[in-house]
Write a protein that binds this ligand. Structure first.
Ligand code: NDP
Length: 324
């Protein structure tokens, strides 16, 4: 029988449970995918803890690669046997096999392995929308990117380098900073031992940066706003340190007509054609070596609790893969 990971209540990683299930034939608009690799994401932790509430019991996991084994009615872009990868707002990727709406399922180019496909899909589409669909950055512009040695972070470092954008990274240790620098960051600040606001001011000669990409949330947001130049863009796209508390919108005026957005990848990929265009650009960067994925950790699906613990404990670098 195929297995999937479910939770019956929100809380710690001890709530992650392996359950057996039987796969129904796909409904209209769905495909059945036999997973070859599954991506671990920090969003899975928000969902497990209830920070992003789901109806319980629920399956978890939002990113995977595999092979199409059945195709429902009304699908033109996929057939049985296709190699595919996806990011999906409908949890359920932590599984041997699943049915999924085909709209967000993209063909995986032959030269990209299943492992890399599962490691890059959600994280890489996130970097694509951050750099191309959220703010308009030009060559020579400077961005501050927090947690730059993580899964999304290392892709962002390489993406920025490939487009001539100066990325000032932050990371939680000197070793992580080395990794961010090797992956294309221009500077890296260990924000556990140094004041990142002061250092960003020094690096930019007091001017500040055009944009901040902040997925750390509560512990960094106030400082992030202080790193922006007037008219700069604050992109708050995660909360690894906790939810950003409400703040007075007036401080955006006081700090120089700042803009703030709180995006999610799932709005950007909801349209099938847009999702495919974003994936095409991402796959091209992976295929031509512009983006060279670091899969820093790999676990069997049965070790899911351990995988969650090390991601939550800030012990990972790059992407983490689960193998069914
Ligand atoms: P990462 O591999 O980047 O892991 C999260 C990192 O956050 C940690 O390694 C750690 O790096 C840093 N961090 C800072 N403070 C804390 C803390 N208190 N507890 C735990 N970690 C902390 O994860 P992902 O690549 O999966 O995702 C990165 C971020 O991007 C997440 O916040 C995620 O939710 C967000 N995201 C948002 C999306 C969107 O569309 N809105 C889509 C995809 C991801 P360090 O030790 O260097 O500080």
């Amino acid at each position: 029988m195929p297995r999937k990971v479910i939770i019956r209540q929100f809380g710690g990683s001890e709530n992650l449970e392996i359950a057996e299930f039987s796969v129904e034939p796909p409904s209209s608009g769905e495909v059945t995918i036999e997973h070859k690799a599954v991506g671990l994401n920090y969003i899975d932790i928000y969902q497990r803890t209830g920070l992003y509430p789901l109806e319980l019991p629920t399956a978890l996991g939002v990113e995977a690669s595999g092979v199409v084994t059945q195709v429902g009615d009304g699908i033109a872009h996929l057939k049985v046997g296709d190699r595919v990868a996806y990011a999906s707002g409908k949890p359920g990727a932590y599984a041997d096999v699943r049915n999924l709406a085909a709209a967000q399922v993209c063909k995986l180019p032959d030269e990209i392995s299943f492992k890399i496909g599962a490691a890059v899909m959600l994280k890489g589409l996130t970097v694509q929308y951050l750099f191309h669909r959220t703010t308009h950055l030009n060559r020579g512009d400077t961005v501050l990117f927090h947690a730059a040695a993580g899964g999304v972070g290392l892709i962002a470092c390489q993406w920025a380098r490939s487009e001539g954008i100066n990325l000032i990274a932050t990371a939680g240790s000197d070793e992580k900073c080395q990794l961010a620098l090797q992956n294309g960051a221009k500077h890296c600040i260990n924000y556990r031992s140094h004041d990142f606001v002061k250092e960003v001011k020094e690096i930019t000669n007091g001017a500040g940066v055009e944009a901040v990409m902040d997925s750390v949330g509560a512990s960094t947001l106030p400082g992030s706003l202080d790193c922006l130049r007037p008219l700069g863009m604050m992109i708050s796209f995660g909360n690894a340190s906790g939810k950003v508390p409400p703040f007075d919108i007036g401080i955006l005026a006081a700090k120089g007509s700042l803009k703030v957005t709180r995006p999610t990848v799932f709005s950007h990929i909801s349209n099938r054609d847009t999702c495919q265009l974003m994936a095409d650009q991402l796959f091209k960067k992976v295929s031509d070596g512009t983006i060279n994925l670091l899969v820093g950790q790999e676990f069997p699906l049965s070790d899911i609790s351990k995988a969650h613990d090390i991601l939550e404990g800030r012990e990972t670098t790059g992407s983490t893969i689960l193998t069914p």
